[in-house]
Design a protein around this ligand. Structure first.
Ligand code: URA
Ligand code: SF4
Length: 223
C-alpha cells in the first residue's frame, strides 16, 4: 500500500512539474481487465472506436500495434504518423522502413517482435502527444506489455523513453543504458525519424541494439 501511495505521490508531482492542474478522468475500463487471462484482442475490443482523448477527432485509424503476441522484444515509438494513420499499422512510413532494416540487421523479422506506440492515434502535424493524451492512452499500452511480457523493450526516441520511464532526462543521456520498467529491462535509443535527419547517429543506435542482442545471447546461454 505504501508503494502505491508513493507512486501516486510521484505521479502527482510529475504532473505538477509539467504544469498540469487538472488530471483527466481516466475511464475505469482502461485499467479494467488486467487479469492473467487477458488477450491482445480483449484490449483491442476495450479500445473500440475510442474517443477518450482529443486525438480521436482527427484520426483515420487507431494504430493498435502489431507483431508476435509472445515477442521477446518490443519496440515502442511515439505515435502514429501520416502513413500509420492511413494504414492503421505502426511504423510503415519512411521511419518505419528504417526500423524494419534495424530489426533485420538484428537477425530478426518484424513478425518476431511487437511494435507499438505511446499513443494510438495520430497527433496532427506530427506534434508530440500531450501529457493529457498520454495519461489517457498509456493504460492500453501497459496492458499490452503485461500480456506480451517482452524480455526487453526498446524505446524509440525521447517521447517514448520519457513517457514510458517517467523521466525528463534527455534521450542523449538515456540511450545506451539499461533502465528497468518494473521487472523489464528497457533500452532507450534514438528514433528512426531522427536517424533519417542525422544518419551519423545510426552508429549509436547500432551500438544500443548490439547491447540488446548481447542480452538475448546471454539468456540463450543460460538454457
Ligand atoms: N513514428 C512513431 O513514433 N511511430 C510510428 O508508428 C511511426 C512513426
Ligand atoms: Fe483513445 Fe488512445 Fe486514440 Fe486517445 S490516442 S482516442 S485514448 S486510442
Amino acid at each position: 500500500m505504501k508503494d502505491v501511495l508513493q507512486a501516486l505521490h510521484h505521479r502527482l508531482n510529475y504532473y505538477k512539474e509539467l504544469g498540469i492542474k487538472h488530471i483527466p478522468k481516466v475511464k475505469k475500463d482502461i485499467m479494467k481487465k488486467n487479469s492473467a487471462h487477458e488477450t491482445l484482442e480483449d484490449i483491442r475490443t476495450d479500445i473500440g472506436d475510442c474517443t477518450r482523448c482529443k486525438l480521436h477527432a482527427e484520426r483515420t485509424h487507431i494504430v493498435f500495434g502489431e507483431g508476435n503476441p509472445k515477442a521477446k522484444l518490443m519496440f515502442i515509438g511515439e505515435g502514429p504518423g501520416h502513413d500509420e494513420d492511413i494504414t492503421g499499422r505502426p511504423f510503415v512510413g519512411r521511419a518505419g522502413q528504417l526500423l524494419t532494416k534495424i530489426i533485420e540487421a538484428m537477425k530478426l523479422k518484424r513478425s518476431d517482435v511487437y511494435i507499438a506506440n505511446i499513443v494510438k492515434c495520430r497527433p496532427q502535424n506530427n506534434r508530440a502527444p500531450e501529457a493529457d493524451e498520454v495519461a489517457i492512452c498509456e493504460g492500453f499500452l501497459h496492458r499490452q506489455i503485461a500480456v506480451i511480457k517482452p524480455k526487453v523493450i526498446v524505446c524509440l526516441g525521447s517521447v517514448a523513453a520519457q513517457n514510458l520511464l517517467k523521466t525528463e532526462k534527455k534521450i542523449s543521456a538515456l540511450r545506451g543504458n539499461w533502465i528497468s520498467l518494473k521487472e523489464t529491462p528497457v533500452m532507450p535509443t534514438y528514433h528512426p525519424a531522427f536517424l533519417l535527419r542525422n544518419p551519423n547517429m545510426k552508429k549509436a543506435v547500432w551500438e544500443d541494439m548490439k547491447k540488446v542482442m548481447e542480452f538475448f545471447k546471454k539468456e540463450d546461454n543460460k538454457k
